[in-house]
Ligand binder design. Structure first.
Ligand code: CUV
Ligand code: SF4
Length: 643
């Protein structure tokens, strides 16, 4: 089988070079494995295969051919809806675990049991106030403890709604969820319910299953995204504008390179700290120091708060190791390809796993707990430093290119910039720009990269097309890596913007003391999709409308992860259309497709009708951008704004 040309695999030059190096050195990566996996199974692609019980596996034939029912009698709509719900459970649970881990870390920190401190006391006080916790004349630690306990209630309470729904949902938007009984009570209860209703012999009503999927989306939104971002900001600080760099070229040829990969910032923050402390040790080993680089979402977290440079998004994670210059890749949870260990065995790289629930055979395991964070981080950084002597200089090849990028655009940072224009009503300049059409709408470019897809192509193409049409772009996750690598997070990227949007970005940038704001505003990791959600809520509240009325859209051109589907479902439930560029595996059921993608010809109910948002599946990025622009214009027209 002829392998895909490097140019077909990624539009990132550095990645292309490393594909060549990997192949030359007979190292297999996900990009080549993806090709071996083709053609894909048509049953799985359509979502019509069921292996929920030992009567099966069962699969439904296309075009009405037999069999049309599983052995238990489940029809295709039930099977596809159940599989969709199962995907959302596997997307939501890891995000909820993320939130719970951070809540436990905050509790332990408040009780003085960890080496972490509370960095953003102001934010702690704001959130405590929102939760109804008294703050006057009280110790910070006491308040933090109560905030952490309130967060943990969102995994325990048996009645009412999650606390984070109460403090973060828009009233007008939440009404619909309450009316339909979809508002989550606690994350664990809802995840357990969803697993149960999707089990063999339980819920067989496809519409009811899809409503269950909406609740999973809400659990992801509130327990995964909002709760995680809020508590992480309290512990590690709320991001502010920072300048940093993207691309494989951020690896340093003469330094000890540590790549941190995964999701939870507890570990990575400590690695950065200890890399600084042990710099001298690295020099003793003949290196120029220690260089920490980010991969995937933990890379986003470190970039946002510390300005740590970013080496790679999801799909090219193995290629970071192929540079031959990485002493250690330290991972915590989520989006870690098991394949990194096999690749590491071809070089001197030490893969270090850190969580009891996420191990890889052959990797070194250094258990990390917030309580013993210093000990673990020191041990990990020392392992990396010692490994420097094993580096084989003849196998080192780091692609040179790096791209400058501004990141750190928390809502707080954006409001601070806007307040320079209107101190009384900071949202007014943004709302006015939207109303006049200078900003035609807002799009969140989110999600992953996927080894089956041409890396960065979909993310960058959708973003450029929207920018050209004066849509303000905010971004998170690995999509942000794509935009950063291709210049959309620095000032030169303004060239891609329509004239009106460019003027707005220049005006805002000048207010912030910069030549301009970058065209794509980096708001953080995947759990930080809470930030665009908060921005939408703020704008909608300012205008006195529901979020579903705003001319805003989400786009996830290159996703691979069920987590992205859960996040997308949260936004659909809020009333925002979400585009995916990769097959969401629901095509086998006309009913499920109609409900989620708003096909009203069948006469049934759709998410668009009920919530104001729908799923758009469109592999072609230019076509997708056009569809998104049409939707923005439609919502503008409905609001009475010029189109
Ligand atoms: Ni959570 S979920 S590949 S790291 S964005 Fe990156 Fe982001 Fe997708 Fe994973
Ligand atoms: Fe087959 Fe029904 Fe069992 Fe699924 S649940 S494997 S459709 S018998």
């Amino acid at each position: 089988m002829a392998l895909r040309e490097a140019a077909e695999i990624s539009i990132d030059n550095g990645v292309q070079q490393l594909i060549g190096k990997a192949r030359q050195e007979s190292v297999e990566t996900a990009f080549d494995r993806a090709q071996k996996m083709s053609p894909v199974c048509t049953f799985g692609s359509a979502g019509v295969c069921c292996r929920l019980c030992l009567e099966g596996p069962c699969r439904i034939m296309p075009n009405g051919r037999e069999p049309q029912r599983g052995i238990c009698g489940a029809g295709v709509d039930t099977i596809v809806a159940r599989n969709f719900l199962a995907a959302l459970v596997s997307g939501t649970a890891p995000h909820a675990e993320h939130g719970r881990e951070v809540a436990l870390a905050l509790l332990a920190t408040a009780e003085g049991k960890t080496p972490f401190a509370i960095k953003d006391v102001d934010k702690l006080l704001v959130i405590a106030g929102e939760l109804g916790i008294a703050t006057e004349n009280r110790e910070t630690s006491e308040i933090a403890r109560e905030v952490a306990l309130k967060a943990l209630e969102d995994f325990q309470k048996q009645q009412g709604a999650m606390n984070w729904v109460d403090i973060r949902a828009q009233g007008k938007t939440r009404e619909t969820w309450d009316k339909l009984g979809l508002t989550p009570v606690n994350a664990h209860l809802e995840i357990s319910r969803a697993v149960t209703r999707g089990a063999m012999g339980c819920d067989a009503d496809p519409l009811n299953l899809l409503l269950g999927a909406i609740t999973m989306g809400l659990v992801d939104g509130f327990a995964g995204l909002h709760l995680s971002s809020d508590l992480q900001d309290i512990l590690f600080g709320t991001p502010r504008a920072v300048k940093s760099k993207y691309c494989m070229g951020v690896l340093q040829p003469r330094m000890v390179n540590i790549a941190v990969h995964g999701h939870v910032p507890m570990l990575s923050e400590k690695i950065v700290e200890w890399a600084g402390r042990l710099n001298g040790e690295a020099k003793k080993m003949g290196a120029e120091g220690i260089n920490v680089v980010g991969v995937c979402c933990t890379g986003n977290e470190l970039l946002m708060r510390q300005g740590v440079p970013v080496a790679s998004s999801f799909s090219s994670q193995e290629l970071v190791i192929v540079t031959g210059a990485v002493e250690a890749m330290v991972v915590d949870i989520q989006c870690i390809m098991p394949g990194i260990q096999k690749v590491a065995e071809c070089y001197h790289t030490n893969i270090i796993t850190t969580m009891g629930d996420v191990k890889i055979p052959g990797a070194t395991h250094v258990e990390f707990h917030p309580e013993t964070a210093d000990h673990a981080a020191e041990q990990i950084v020392r392992l990396a430093v010692q490994n420097f002597t094993r580096r084989d200089a003849s196998r080192v090849a780091i692609p040179e290119e790096t791209v400058e990028a501004y990141a750190g655009f928390s809502v707080e940072q954006i409001i601070e910039v806007l307040a320079k224009l209107d101190g009384e009503q900071p949202l007014k300049p943004l709302a006015d720009a939207i109303a006049s059409g200078a900003v035609r709408g807002v799009a969140a470019l989110v999600g992953c990269t996927n080894p089956r897809e041409k890396q960065d192509f979909g993310n960058v193409t959708v973003a450029k097309e929207l920018l050209r049409n004066n849509v303000l772009v905010v971004t998170t996750g690995c999509a942000a890596h794509s935009l950063g690598k291709h210049g959309l997070m620095n000032i030169s990227g303004l060239d891609y913007c329509g004239a009106e949007l460019r003027n707005v970005l220049i005006t805002l940038g000048k207010a912030a003391g910069l030549p301009a704001l970058p065209p794509a505003l980096h708001m953080g990791s995947c759990v930080d999709n809470s930030r665009p959600a908060n921005l939408l809520k703020a704008v909608a509240d300012y205008l006195g409308v529901a979020i579903r009325q705003l001319p805003v859209v989400g786009s996830c051109p290159e996703t691979h992860s069920p987590k992205a589907m859960s996040i997308g479902t949260y936004f659909i439930a809020c009333g925002v259309d979400v585009h995916v560029g990769v097959n969401p595996q629901i095509g086998g059921s006309a009913f499920v497709t109609a409900v989620l993608c708003n096909d009203r010809s069948a006469g049934g109910i759709t998410t668009d009708e009920v919530f104001g948002g729908k799923l758009i599946y469109q592999p072609d990025p230019l076509q997708a951008a056009k569809t998104l622009l049409d939707r923005i214009d439609q919502k503008r027209a409905e609001l009475g704004l010029p189109v």
